[in-house]
Design a protein around this ligand. Structure first.
Ligand code: PLP
Length: 394
């Protein structure tokens, strides 16, 4: 038995939604549940338009295409992200430009973005859009990033795949940027088993995304096509699951927050171990709680911690491996300063799902608690060969 990081949280409501859609006969891709799901999400986030799609990756891809982004364009994005962000930029023929992170939040560093924008302008490059990524359910600094984008005439496509339920400056994730995308993949805060959404207040862009997602079929009775399209719409069956999940979202986020609080309590007295992004907690959806381990202070590494957790049947993962270190993007331009690389080495995500049972939480907490206290005792006794002076016991 393994205790997973973030498993789908399904209830009788999702089951009923699938059966309703099934019984209504609306199996074939589109239908009333898709419309209702789009409306519910647009209402919740205060966006004029929402387009339900087959994945967050599809939403990124079409969001860029809707703005005419393609070969010759450069698109600055966060290096600390899941490959989907960079892949979608690459699908369009544009070049991703990877930007390193703030050490406290892991989010795109606005100062580095500013440097990159100035440099690309000097070189006369075309930079029509920036794709900042909300890391682990915590928003990027949209205030500064939007100012920089406006200064250089670029639009912002916010990758909010991980951050539904989070906010920045009182504005919810999904409402930032000229457009934003969400993911409903199985490991996110809510899921449709697979799915995504494109959100914007721009009617033309929303129409373009909708059109491109349905094979760019012209609105005539026969099949008429003037451009290349995609088959990227969300199925009506899955949209029903999405509606039910959205109605339960706040309760699910509360459970994730409680998990984070428990971890914060466990590491409070452990030198060199901190809950990652903790300063942003009030605005955070607590999608995945990670801790960062300073091996000098802690006397153990994130990898040591992972080994102990695996042995106890507990899933954990390093933070995203930065894109500029990925073999597939070795040739892509990047402004890297070592911060994301350091976070990748020292960060570890812990089971954070809203579906974790009390018993599972107790197993995880006990494993962590025992490991930490054994280390503290060992360090006090000097058994680990660590200079006591290097350890600041609270
Ligand atoms: C999950 C994720 C995506 C992709 O979403 P899918 O629905 O899996 O295609 C994109 N960006 C980030 C940052 C993600 O975490």
């Amino acid at each position: 038995m393994t205790i997973f990081l973030s498993s789908p949280d399904m209830s009788a409501a999702e089951r009923a939604a699938v059966i309703d859609a099934f019984d209504s006969g609306w199996i074939a891709p589109l239908g009333p549940a898709v419309d209702a799901f789009e409306q519910a999400m647009a209402d919740r986030l205060g966006r004029r338009f929402a387009v339900a799609l087959s994945s967050g990756t599809a939403a990124l891809h079409l969001g860029l295409l809707a703005w005419g982004i393609g070969p010759g364009d450069v698109v600055p994005t966060s290096t600390m992200t899941f490959a989907a962000t960079a892949n979608a930029i690459t699908y369009t023929g544009a070049t991703p430009y990877f930007i390193d992170a703030d050490p406290c939040t892991g989010q795109m560093d606005p100062d580095l973005l500013e440097d990159v924008m100035a440099e690309l302008q000097r070189e006369g490059r075309s930079v029509p859009a920036i794709v900042p990524v909300d890391l682990l359910g915590n928003c990027v600094d949209y205030t500064r990033i939007s100012q920089i984008a406006a200064k250089y005439g670029a639009r912002v496509l916010a990758d909010s795949a991980e951050s539904l339920g989070a906010s920045h400056a009182g504005v919810p994730a999904g409402k930032h940027g000229d457009a934003a995308i969400l993911s409903f993949n199985g490991n996110k805060v809510m899921t449709t088993s697979g799915g995504g959404m494109y959100l914007t207040d721009d009617e033309e862009a929303a129409g373009r995304v909708r059109h491109l997602a349905t094979q760019a079929r012209e609105p005539v009775a026969h099949y008429e096509h003037r451009e290349i399209g995609y088959n990227y719409r969300l199925s009506n069956l899955l949209a029903g699951v999405g509606i039910a999940q959205l109605s339960r979202l706040d309760g699910m986020l509360e459970r994730r927050r409680a998990r984070r609080e428990a971890y914060a309590g466990l590491v409070a007295d452990v030198p060199g171990v901190e809950v990652f992004q903790r300063q942003g907690d009030v605005d955070d959806n607590c999608w995945l709680t990670a801790v960062v381990v300073d091996p000098q202070l802690a006397g153990f590494s994130a990898a040591d911690l992972a080994t102990v957790l695996v042995a106890a049947g507990i899933e954990s993962r390093p933070l995203w491996k930065p894109m500029h270190l990925q073999p597939v993007f070795a040739g892509a331009p990047a402004l890297a300063n070592g911060v994301s690389e350091m976070l990748f080495r020292t960060g570890i995500t812990l089971p954070s799902g809203s579906v974790l049972t009390e018993a599972e939480c107790a197993v995880v907490d006990a494993a962590l608690g025992e490991f930490f206290s054994a280390h503290l005792r060992g360090a006090e006794a000097g058994e680990l060969g660590i200079e006591p002076a290097a350890i600041s016991l609270v």
